[in-house]
Design a binder for this molecule. Structure first.
Ligand SMILES: Nc1ncnc2c1ncn2[C@@H]1O[C@H](COP(=O)(O)OP(=O)(O)OP(=O)(O)O)[C@@H](O)[C@H]1O
Ligand SMILES: [Mg+2]
Length: 373
């Protein structure tokens, strides 16, 4: 059995990480499918799945709802799973709201936060918040549900390790000294119903208010006040999330493509994970042109009676293809040398069509697990 197959059998959580657009969602769904075929109850937690894939799995409609892939879908892909495959698209806003509900010290606080205009901005736009919420949701599901396996498809990140650093960064923003200093007079008032007058005590705040509008600044103050008392809960939670990621239950799978930039990023990723002491268990290079032997030469084609121009064109095409395949092979070697012998590097060929249904995912699995077909 491949190491990836073993991973599916042994871990409770698999996290797919890697550069944007390389096939993380595809690989997450494919691995989830495989585990479900083998008898597990699996949830694939995905972010922004390609519309066609979501549609064909029937998970397009609502965010944050666990949806079971129907028997009918499996039948039309000629598959009969021994287990169950569930999928869920992550809606960041809803995860945030849940978190606030859980940590708010009172109903009043909760409503103040949920109704705050800045909160609404923050919960969808703040850098790193998507990553954090993905981890947060993963943790919640791992705790509260009876899935045998959770596969997390991470969002495309600008910085490779956003999803690990996000909890801290988020706390930094919420617990920011500068913001507190700026708004001290307002915060000192303590009460949410503070008058704008109390903001006026700070010269900086008054000046800022000229640019941002008093209303906005007041809302910021209210937001920070309302969030006080939630930091502890957040921090505790962030620590637990990190612990889950570092535990034996969790495995990391790096996904990348053969493109130079993607390989660079994957290498950076691999090193960063190593530094964080989060072991990566497997890597996948997706959309590879596989090397092929026995491409015919012009001479062979001629000898086989192929017309001259056609023979030339065919031979040229074979040569062009060989060039692409060689470049991809070099990319595999480059990544493999960084990964070392412990971490297997799987490869999936580039398909003619995109992967948009269960059948397509199953074909991906033939390359990941060898024995799928
Ligand atoms: N081996 C492949 N051959 C052909 N098309 C592929 C292959 N793997 C994935 N695709 C297609 O490429 C597109 C991008 O894949 P996918 O959505 O899985 O990438 P991603 O890494 O999740 O992207 P993002 O970082 O934007 O979330 C999809 O349309 C998918 O069907
Ligand atoms: Mg994706």
């Amino acid at each position: 059995m491949s190491q990836l197959g073993k991973l599916l059998g042994e871990r409770r959580v698999l996290v797919c990480v890697g550069p944007g657009g390389v096939g993380k969602t595809t690989c997450s769904a494919a691995m989830g499918l495989r585990a479900a075929m083998d008898g597990k109850k699996v949830l694939v937690l995905t972010i922004d799945p390609a519309r066609r894939l979501a549609n064909s799995l029937g998970i397009s409609a609502i965010g944050n709802t666990e949806t079971r892939i129907t028997d009918a879908s499996f039948r039309s892909a000629r598959l009969s799973p021994k287990g169950q495959l569930w999928a869920m698209t992550l809606d960041m806003k809803l995860v945030w709201d849940d978190l606030v509900r859980r940590h708010a010290p009172s109903e009043k606080r909760r409503d103040q936060i949920l109704g705050n205009r800045l909160y609404r901005q923050l919960s969808t736009k703040l850098a790193g918040s998507l990553e954090y919420m993905a981890m947060e949701k993963l943790f919640e599901l791992a705790q509260s549900r009876d899935y045998d396996l959770l596969v997390l498809d991470t969002p495309p990140t600008v910085h490779a390790l956003d999803f690990l650093e996000a909890p801290n960064r988020l706390l930094d923003v919420l617990d920011n000294d500068a913001a507190r200093w700026l708004l001290t007079p307002a915060l000192a008032a303590g009460e949410i119903g503070l008058k704008f007058g109390s903001l006026g005590a700070s010269y900086v705040a008054r000046t800022l208010a000229k640019f941002t509008g008093a209303q906005l600044l007041q809302e910021l103050a209210q937001f920070l006040v309302a969030f006080r008392g939630m930091y502890e809960g957040f921090k505790e939670r962030a620590t637990l999330v990190k612990a889950l990621l570092e535990s034996e239950q969790t495995g990391f799978v790096l996904v990348t493509s053969p493109q130079t930039l993607a390989v660079d990023e994957a290498i950076f990723f691999a090193r960063a994970l190593r530094e964080e002491q989060i072991p990566m268990q497997a890597a996948i290079m997706n959309r590879v042109y596989p090397q092929q032997t026995g491409a015919p030469s012009v001479a062979t084609l001629r000898a086989a009676g192929v017309e001259e121009t056609l023979a030339q064109t065919l031979a040229q095409t074979a040569q062009d293809y060989a060039l692409l395949a060689r470049a991809d092979h070099a990319a595999q070697l480059r990544l493999a040398s960084v990964l070392g012998p412990e971490i297997p590097l799987h490869s999936i060929p580039r398909f003619v069509r995109d992967v948009h249904d269960l059948r397509g995912l199953w074909e991906v699995n033939e390359h990941l697990f060898g024995d799928s077909a």
